[in-house]
Design a protein around this ligand. Structure first.
Ligand code: PMP
Length: 429
């Protein structure tokens, strides 16, 4: 990439959450292989982000590449209305097999946010079909579910700046974020406000929507599995649907194939995305029970009212299917357990640093929470100089590496964070 390419980028191209007048610097990546991103000038960076938690097998995996090449040679896309194809059937068969038995019906869409929209629409249509006007969602503070408008309405109002969208977003019901952490002793009081909100709004709530166990982009917090068990019980008691957004947690990231397994619960609707295709292409899946699917289908509309142009894209389905096989062959449990151990050993000692507020690790997720927000551009540059790709946000410096990362590579990522948190100049105090 030439300097002209970079200045064109700066002048004309939006990047995620950046300003067009004061854009943050971007780094030109020209290729990626296994756990390494290669910059334009040849600098290799060890990747600690898995490209926003998706590239679980690393980059340029020969089996994923092969699956895509083979699929391209037969067809990269065909409409899904009135047509089906082997990649979609193969993938959905696998998804139905690896998720809880009750989740039988799969809706394929383009991205995580759309999977959440689909899940919310399923819940709304479910109640409509039953002749009940239920149009609100109960959720947890500190949550994140995507950037489309339905998904935004259930994101934590603080983090997603609901004030910007006042009068536009649907008004949902927010319970305080869980405070009882994953490893804490269970504290019954933690869930009382949630229970009260559910009881007080039981006639209006179509579904509870939450990220099971790990609240990701809303704060990288890990909460107690008892929360999930009790919510499942409350939902059952009230006949309210439970939507689990496993877009970030699915496919082994937390040490279980799906985070709901930490609590032994099954949601009525499950959203999957991100790592579904091993980080190669955009695809999501929303799974539900036959009961929900049939209720919707027997309702006034006679069908589920959603059908995106690129639904069931064969190329994405083919690579997702191969990614699931790879996950199984690679013994992901062992990979994630090894990463967890190394993150525990490497990051936990940072808790005593004056700039560090908290360190937490679950599965292949390591989080260092600092007392002050990071100075993004400066800290990013520092990480690149250290030869690593780590993208912090707010007061959070975290690692979610590809599962194939080597001990040496992970050491390098941990060393870079260790160095960063001893430099006050990287933080806005
Ligand atoms: N839900 C969760 C839990 C997520 O972490 C994300 C993405 N960070 C989304 C939904 C939205 O997914 P996408 O960015 O693919 O639209």
């Amino acid at each position: 990439m030439t300097p002209a390419d970079l200045s064109f980028d700066q002048r004309h191209i939006w990047h995620p959450y950046t300003s067009m007048t004061q854009p943050l610097p971007v780094y030109p990546v020209i290729s990626a292989h296994e756990c390494t991103l290669k910059l334009n000038d040849g600098t290799p960076l060890v990747d600690g982000m898995s490209s926003w938690w998706a590239a679980i097998h690393g980059y340029n995996h020969p089996r994923l590449n092969q699956a895509m090449k083979q699929q391209i040679d037969s067809m990269s896309h065909v409409m899904f209305g009135g047509i089906t194809h082997p990649p979609a059937v193969d993938l959905c068969r696998k998804l139905v097999a690896i998720t809880p038995e009750e989740l039988e019906c799969v809706f394929l869409a383009d991205s995580g946010s759309v999977a959440v929209e689909v899940a919310m629409k399923m819940a709304l249509q479910y109640w409509q079909a039953r002749g009940e006007k239920r149009h609100r969602f109960l959720t947890l503070g500190g949550g994140y579910h995507g950037d489309t408008t339905g998904a935004m309405s259930v994101c934590c109002p603080k983090n997603s700046m609901h004030s910007l969208w006042q009068g536009y977003l649907a008004e949902q019901i927010f319970a305080p974020a869980p405070t009882c952490r994953f490893d804490d002793e269970w504290n019954e009081h933690d869930i009382v406000p949630f229970a009260r909100l559910m009881a007080g709004n039981r006639q209006d709530i179509a579904a509870v929507i939450l990220e099971p166990i790990v609240q990701g982009a809303g704060g990288m917090r890990f909460y107690h599995p008892q929360w999930l068990r009790q919510i499942r019980r409350m939902c059952d008691r009230e006949g309210i649907l439970l939507i689990a957004d496993e877009i970030a947690t699915g496919f082994g990231r937390t040490g279980k194939l799906f985070a709901c397994e930490h609590a032994g619960i099954t949601p009525d609707i499950l959203c999957l995305g991100k790592a579904l295709t091993g980080g190669t292409m955009t695809l999501s899946a929303t799974l539900t029970t036959r009961h929900v699917a049939e209720t919707i289908s027997d309702g006034e509309a006679g069908c589920f009212m959603h059908g995106p142009t690129f639904m069931g894209n064969p190329l994405a389905c083919a690579v997702a299917s191969e990614s699931l096989s790879l996950l199984e062959n690679n013994d992901w449990q062992q990979q994630v357990a090894r990463i967890e151990q190394q993150l525990q050993a490497g990051l936990t000692p940072l808790a005593k640093e004056p700039l560090v507020a908290d360190v937490r690790v679950l599965g292949a997720i390591g989080v260092v929470e600092t007392h002050y927000p990071v100075k993004m551009a400066e800290l990013q540059r520092f990480f690149v100089e250290q030869g690593v790709w780590i993208r912090p946000f707010g007061r959070l410096i975290y690692l979610m590496p590809p599962y194939i990362i080597s001990t040496q590579e992970l050491d390098k990522l941990i060393a870079a964070i260790t160095a960063a948190v001893t430099h006050p100049e990287f933080f806005s105090q």
